[in-house]
Write a protein that binds this ligand. Structure first.
Ligand SMILES: Nc1ncnc2c1ncn2[C@@H]1O[C@H](COP(=O)(O)OP(=O)(O)O)[C@@H](O)[C@H]1O
Ligand SMILES: [Mg+2]
Length: 148
């Protein structure tokens, strides 16, 4: 029975994200964290997924107009896919560098825009895919493998 559960159990969830909506910042990644804790996913996996998800969620709120946050948890991995409508990332390699940020002053005054989001996502993910089209938007696919 427990093996059966192992094979069929998939948990998924989706959220809408709104650019500039700092009031609800962290809602999507916070729910993912809660779900991972309830599902008894290994602590380190939960922590890494929550950090990466939070940074990616914040990037939509800081840099884009709107987006969707989707997560899948199965026995193999936790995967977070975040797609936004926004300016896109002109130079992904540059954006990945620690401390690089185009966040405007008013965002920095709120304490965001340290340029550590993407590097942190990279650090915490086992796999990170970034697709971005200038003037259209960005998609991040973050995967964290569950060690068994
Ligand atoms: N979803 C996004 N849409 C457009 N640009 C983005 C997005 N995510 C990141 N960027 C670009 O990459 C830069 C670095 O991102 P990040 O490391 O998270 O730092 P920060 O968000 O603090 O600026 C951002 O300043 C921005 O120029
Ligand atoms: Mg960021």
């Amino acid at each position: 029975m427990s093996r059966m559960r192992d094979i069929v159990d998939v948990i998924e969830g989706s959220f809408q994200l709104v650019g500039g909506d700092f009031t609800n910042a962290g809602t999507a990644s916070g729910e993912l964290r809660t779900v991972l804790l309830k599902a008894n996913v290994q602590q380190d996996i939960t922590r890494r997924a929550a950090i990466a998800a939070f940074e990616a969620e914040m990037n939509v709120i800081i840099h884009a107009v709107a987006g969707t946050f989707h997560y899948v948890i199965n026995r193999e991995f936790v995967r977070i896919t975040i797609t936004d409508m926004g300016p896109g990332i002109e130079d992904i390699e540059l954006a990945m560098q620690e401390g690089y940020s185009t966040a405007p002053d008013w965002v920095r005054e709120m304490g965001w825009g340290a340029g550590m989001g993407l590097p942190n996502i990279k650090k915490n993910a086992d796999a990170l895919k970034i697709d971005s089209v200038i003037g259209e938007g960005t998609t991040l696919e973050i995967t964290i493998h569950r060690k068994r």
